[in-house]
Design a protein around this ligand. Structure first.
Ligand SMILES: C[S@@+](CC[C@H](N)C(=O)[O-])C[C@H]1O[C@@H](n2cnc3c(N)ncnc32)[C@H](O)[C@@H]1O
Length: 262
């Protein structure tokens, strides 16, 4: 398997294949959740932008400010050149595990599609994932969200999110792009049960069955410290085994109203 956790791999890949490539999902599959979570006037940070065109499609849909970072200088150079006519898009080199150049609580939203997955392929992957998620938390304003798009189901991703106390998390599933294209259908986005997912709980296993054709979207809201409900909604609580298993108010409403979800 390629070493997705090393920046040398990405630099070499982008030098060899400069063409656009979107991992997992493009704008079509994500637009429902993007509109639900990020108001158009948000100042957004996308970590590990790669050769994705998601941010370009978001600007065409009305978003006004997206800062894009990647630790590959090669791709940041290419993307900055490609989008030099877009005043809404900025590009800079940064390692998402440590971004001292970004001040605390300066973004209204953070977007990650595939970067946590890449970090989890690297050496000291758990520490790297924890550092990256802590940085996402730090740069977000209180009450704002990290939107994490991944192939990883809740049993594999909630433990990493739980390393950063203070997230209120809901999990969604979206049809894989390949299936949507094969069937020439609209992508389906649906709320998924909130954790925990112990292997011994038959209901949990039922809930997680039939998800092979799905990607997962974690909407992680930065709670105000001491905000009522921290203990009930944070990732740590989600993993702690308390009730909280089911499609509650939070799963339906946490990111704001208005989007239709099939
Ligand atoms: C799987 S690709 C996803 C690219 C893009 N977000 C997409 O959805 O098409 C992962 C990207 O994350 C970048 N990356 C991996 N680890 C990183 C880190 N620690 N800091 C910044 N970028 C990173 C890689 O260079 C690569 O561009």
């Amino acid at each position: 398997m390629p070493n997705y956790g090393e920046f040398e791999y990405w630099d070499e890949r982008y030098a060899r294949e400069p063409a656009a490539f979107d991992w997992y999902q493009g704008y079509t599959g994500l637009k429902t959740m993007l509109h639900r979570v990020f108001p158009l006037e948000s100042r957004l940070l996308q970590i590990g932008v790669g050769s994705s065109r998601l941010q370009e499609d978001m600007v065409k849909a009305g978003w006004q400010s997206i800062v894009n970072v990647d630790y590959s200088r090669v791709i940041i150079g290419q993307m900055a050149e490609l989008h030099k006519g877009y005043e809404q898009l900025e590009y800079s080199v940064a390692d998402a595990r440590s971004m001292p150049e970004i001040e605390d609580a300066t973004f209204d939203g953070v977007l990650d599609k595939g970067t946590l997955d890449a970090v989890l392929c690297g050496e000291q992957s758990a520490a790297g994932a924890a550092a990256m998620l802590a940085e996402c938390y730090r740069v977000l304003k209180p009450g704002c969200c990290l939107l994490l798009v991944t192939y990883g189901d809740p049993s594999s991703r909630l433990p990493h999110l739980a390393e950063v106390p203070g997230w209120a998390i809901t999990v969604w599933a979206v049809t894989r792009q390949e299936a949507v294209e094969a069937l020439d259908a609209e992508p389906v986005v649906r709320p998924l049960l909130k954790g925990p997912y112990p292997a011994t709980n038959a209901d949990c296993m039922d809930a997680l069955s039939g998800l092979e054709g799905m990607h997962f979207i974690y909407v992680c809201r930065k709670e105000e410290r001491g905000e009522p409900g921290d203990a009930d909604t944070g990732a740590a609580a989600a993993m702690a085994g308390a009730a909280g298993f089911g499609l509650g108010e939070e799963a339906n409403n946490a990111e704001g109203a208005g989007a239709s979800v099939d």
